[in-house]
Design a binder for this molecule. Structure first.
Ligand SMILES: *[C@@H]1O[C@H](CO)[C@@H](O)[C@H](O)[C@H]1NC(C)=O
Ligand SMILES: *[C@@H]1O[C@H](CO)[C@@H](O)[C@H](O)[C@H]1NC(C)=O
Ligand SMILES: *[C@@H]1O[C@H](CO)[C@@H](O)[C@H](O)[C@H]1NC(C)=O
Ligand SMILES: *[C@@H]1O[C@H](CO)[C@@H](O)[C@H](O)[C@H]1NC(C)=O
Ligand SMILES: *[C@@H]1O[C@H](CO)[C@@H](O)[C@H](O)[C@H]1NC(C)=O
Length: 205
């Protein structure tokens, strides 16, 4: 009898700890952010001032890394600012794991290639500045999934094609800057969706 009485709570505790272990191995945390940023570091082919090479060291928390800001509540990376660091490289798909990122700036560098689809997971993004780099290809239509986006700066790159119609979904967008690219055709954005749209920079396309 006594054993039978004790069994359910013990089983509950056991199940609970198994559940906790499962949760902690599956849920993303700051180590997810660390591996995403290390993937980015490994995709940098030229770092003339050795900024990431010396500073992005696993012996310190990513939250102390240059250009990285963490939120106090969830202890996750919320902002990444690598602007004007003279970096050359590409954007790896792992950056899509920075799920708490709301500000992402890499302007005034030499990033090139195309943008991985995994970036669509960055659904908290409010500010994105990829200006003055060498990104090419079409502007991905999945930018339309960034429902929180307030500023999207893609000026001075090598984007081709047309502005995706999905940009009409960006209902919170306030600034869109696309000047100095190789875009053509009409603006397919349904401006009624972009009622907040104040500055719209499209010259030299
Ligand atoms: C990395 O850079 C940050 C910001 O400049 C600085 O506070 C930190 O001490 C540096 N860390 C290392 C290991 O150099
Ligand atoms: C991060 O992203 C990559 C590629 O998108 C994926 O393979 C990996 O499993 C993700 N998760 C973690 C925890 O790094
Ligand atoms: C563009 O970025 C480069 C560094 O990659 C910088 O030297 C240059 O001044 C920038 N151009 C403008 C117009 O900001
Ligand atoms: C843009 O693309 C063209 C053709 O693909 C290439 O010749 C040119 O160097 C590129 N320009 C920049 C700034 O990356
Ligand atoms: C844009 O929004 C519509 C409906 O609001 C949705 O059906 C569509 O999938 C969205 N497209 C993109 C690219 O976000």
């Amino acid at each position: 009898m006594a054993t039978a009485d004790f069994l359910p709570p013990i089983m509950f505790l056991l199940l609970f700890s198994i559940f906790r272990i499962t949760l902690s191995t599956n849920s993303p945390d700051i180590t997810t952010d660390q591996s995403a940023l290390l993937a980015l570091k490994s995709h940098i082919t030229h770092d003339p001032h050795s900024l990431l090479a010396t500073n992005w060291s696993t012996s310190t928390s990513v939250c102390n890394w240059i250009g990285v800001t963490c939120g106090s509540r969830h202890h996750r990376v919320t902002a990444l600012d690598l602007s004007s660091m003279d970096l050359t490289g590409t954007i790896p798909s792992q950056l899509g794991n920075l799920s708490f990122l709301h500000s992402f700036s890499i302007c005034h560098n030499s990033f090139h290639g195309s943008l991985p689809t995994e970036l669509t997971n960055l659904h908290r993004l409010k500010h994105l500045n990829f200006g003055n780099n060498s990104f090419g290809g079409e502007i991905p239509s999945w930018f339309g999934y960034f429902g929180e986006l307030q500023s999207l700066l893609l000026y001075m790159n090598n984007f081709t094609g047309v502005i995706p119609s999905s940009f009409g979904n960006l209902s919170k967008l306030e600034t869109l800057s696309l000047f100095n690219n190789n875009l053509r055709g009409q603006i397919h954005i349904r401006i009624d969706y972009c009622s907040n749209l104040i500055p719209l920079y499209l010259e030299n396309n």
